[in-house]
Ligand binder design. Structure first.
Ligand code: ATP
Length: 234
């Protein structure tokens, strides 16, 4: 397993946001976490990337326990995150944002930049534009491109389709699939469960800080309870 999460508990003050979550992500997979608002999806990603401390439980990555490793060191071992709400550096150009993603690395990034521009031709056209003046969908592309510049083994994506027009939503999901086809493992948090389940290999359903279902994504698309709760019941 690339990522092994065992019985993690996470608190915000007295509130227990994660109440013993266990999940696995294998190399080459797209795994998605779905669930209602407040279920703990974002907290799970933040805990994996080291932005929230564990109260108890463990996280192993590539066979090593990273439970106590600070966030900036988790980037070095291969965990890349594109945060919710995009989180671009608005005053910096698109190019500067992308290069920030590679700040932990040394050497020549031209091949990696070419790969990001191949996935997102719009970013190549707008290299010198301030990221803060890009559209919502374009900023999402900057955030994902920046995360890819750290050459992650696993890419954590938090709500990449949030706030996007339907056409752009389809595009973002197909790009995530392409990123995975090119060899990057993906852990995807999404409100848009239908589309997430269509591109994912496996999925976990979270409810109030617990995993209530774990199954191949295709099975959840057919699961009556999941359809009722997360796929609009149809
Ligand atoms: P959403 O889909 O709405 O983003 P989520 O599944 O990602 O939801 P989290 O953001 O992980 O859920 O939140 C899990 C729980 O932790 C919620 O009850 C939330 O109110 C609480 N929580 C999250 N962030 C904080 C915070 N900074 N301070 C206090 N409580 C928080």
């Amino acid at each position: 397993m690339l990522l092994e999460i065992r019985d993690i508990h996470v608190h915000y003050g007295k509130i227990e946001a994660l109440k013993g979550i266990s999940l696995d992500v294998d190399e080459g997979e797209i795994v998605t976490l779905i669930g209602a608002n407040g279920a703990g999806k974002t907290t799970t990603l933040k805990t994996i990337s080291g932005l929230r401390p564990l109260t108890s439980g463990s996280i192993a990555f590539d066979g090593k326990d990273i439970s106590r490793l600070p966030g900036h060191k988790r980037v070095l071992v291969g965990i890349g995150q594109s945060p919710e709400g995009r989180g671009c550096f608005p005053g910096m150009t698109v190019m500067e944002n992308l290069l920030m993603g590679a700040y932990t690395r040394s050497g020549d990034f031209s091949k990696d930049l070419a790969e990001v521009f191949d996935l997102f031709p719009r970013l190549a056209e707008r290299k010198t534009q301030a990221a803060g003046t890009m559209s919502g969908g374009e900023q999402q592309m900057v955030a994902i491109g920046r995360a890819l510049m750290s050459k992650p083994k696993v890419l954590l994506l938090d709500e990449p389709s949030m706030g996007l027009a339907p056409m752009l939503v389809a595009q973002i999901f197909s790009i995530i699939k392409e990123i995975n086809n090119r060899g990057t493992t993906v852990l995807l948090v999404e409100q848009n469960a239908q589309q997430a389940l269509q591109i994912a290999h496996r999925a976990y359903v979270l409810e109030t800080g617990k995993v209530v279902k774990a199954a191949p994504a295709a099975d959840l698309l057919d699961d009556p309870q999941v359809r009722e709760a997360y796929l609009g019941g149809s």
